[in-house]
Ligand binder design. Structure first.
Ligand code: HEC
Length: 180
């Protein structure tokens, strides 16, 4: 073979190679844009996909309202990090929990930030008229639950395993957090 033939072969070879690469890129781009318009729509309509998404954005907690139909509030199950991180107050009715433990486990969810109308712990203005009712009323409302103007306070903060004394301790702890 002459050098002339070699060069000709090389040129043709590179031309073929180059066009194959171009065709590959073109097919890739075309497939991508088609999949975007067709497949993605179906993926998003897939009930299993939607179910998984709903599961991921499920609210951490739901409030049961007295007198309303609460049957839809059952936890669909499965471990959830917030519950695991919760101090023992909800897991076992241990007697040796400090008032602070009880408060953190059962009350801070609402009272910490003032969720759903709950008077915020340490907020003197919100607590003044409540404390004025007397501690016994606060104990009773915390143990038995209380529907007030601001919202609904569930019995024992929703932690039915707490004893009366533990709830009283938590109420006392909350009141003690008020500025002097
Ligand atoms: C699901 C949210 C929630 C949780 C959890 C919760 N509370 Fe409350 N609590 C409320 C709301 C809302 C109110 C205000 C009700 C109103 O006055 O309208 C309230 C009010 C109170 C009051 C004032 C009652 C009154 O007579 O003014 C006390 C005391 C109280 N909570 C104690 C507790 C204690 C103790 C715990 C923990 C064992 C607890 N709460 C957990 C929502 C909650």
């Amino acid at each position: 073979m002459s050098a002339e033939q070699d060069r000709k072969f090389f040129d043709t070879f590179m031309l073929v190679l180059g066009s194959l690469v171009l065709i590959t890129i073109a097919i890739f781009v075309l497939a991508n844009s088609m999949a975007g318009r067709t497949q993605e729509v179906h993926v998003k309509e897939d009930p299993a996909y939607q179910q998984r998404n709903l599961e991921r954005i499920r609210p951490v907690g739901q409030v049961a309202i007295a007198g309303a139909d609460n049957s839809g509030l059952r936890d669909p199950g499965g471990p959830r990090p917030a519950a695991a991180a919760m101090p023992a107050a909800s897991a076992q009715p241990a007697r040796d929990l400090s008032p602070e433990d009880i408060y953190k486990g059962a009350c801070t969810a609402c009272h910490g930030a003032g969720i759903a109308g709950a008077p915020k712990t340490g907020d003197a203005e919100a607590w003044a008229p409540r404390v004025a009712q007397g501690m016994d009323t606060l104990y009773t409302h915390a143990i038995e639950g209380f529907q007030g103007q601001a919202g609904y306070m569930p019995p024992r903060g929703g932690h039915s395993n707490l004893t009366d004394q533990q709830v009283r301790d938590a109420v006392q702890y909350m009141v003690e957090q008020l500025p002097e």
